[in-house]
Design a protein around this ligand. Structure first.
Ligand SMILES: [Zn+2]
Length: 172
């Protein structure tokens, strides 16, 4: 998959996703195989992300590389692959946990997920990510969290499966 970097203050809406794709310079995209300018639209699939407005459906674009023949989903850096919980919500839950805030804290988007989502994310964080961040001295509070995770671990923060994922910074 290919993660398109977007500023945190952008909305997680299908409209915003579509506008990022419309403005994307496809020829600049790099395939995880290392080739550039070889990706074209292959199709779309639906996936859901829980937001303050409830479960919202995104039509995710898939591109195919004419060099290696693989297909890759185009996601936003505000998403976490395979998860319906947004990156920001992941971060909020983990930050609250790290600060040992009581779990009954009123999270700003508390309506978008329930207690079991909350506990699951903490469990995945402790199992797959906490030690890994410590080993590279990456802070969950740091501004470079996303780019550091791609640099050191070749995936989005809190991505659990090891599917190759690269960060594309040149979104306008
Ligand atoms: Zn390729």
């Amino acid at each position: 998959m290919i993660t398109l970097y977007v500023e945190e203050n952008n909305p997680i809406t299908p409209g915003f996703y579509n506008s990022v794709l419309n403005n994307l310079q496809f020829h600049q995209l790099k395939c995880p195989c290392g080739q550039s300018g070889c990706l074209s639209v292959h199709g779309y699939y639906n996936r859901y992300v829980k937001t303050e407005d409830g479960k919202v459906m995104f039509r995710i674009c898939r591109v195919k590389c004419d060099q290696c023949g693989r297909t890759h989903a185009l996601l936003l850096s505000s998403m976490v692959p395979y998860s319906q919980i947004s990156f920001q919500d992941h971060l909020q839950i983990i930050t609250a946990h790290e600060k040992e805030t009581p779990s009954n804290i009123t999270l700003s988007s508390a309506l978008s997920f329930d207690e079991s989502n909350f506990r699951y994310i903490i469990r995945m964080y402790l199992k797959h990510w906490k030690q890994r961040l410590i080993s590279e001295r990456i802070s969950v509070d740091g501004e470079s969290l996303i780019s550091s995770c791609f640099q050191y671990f070749k995936r989005q923060f809190m991505q659990i499966k090891c599917t190759p994922n690269i960060l594309f910074l040149n979104t306008t």
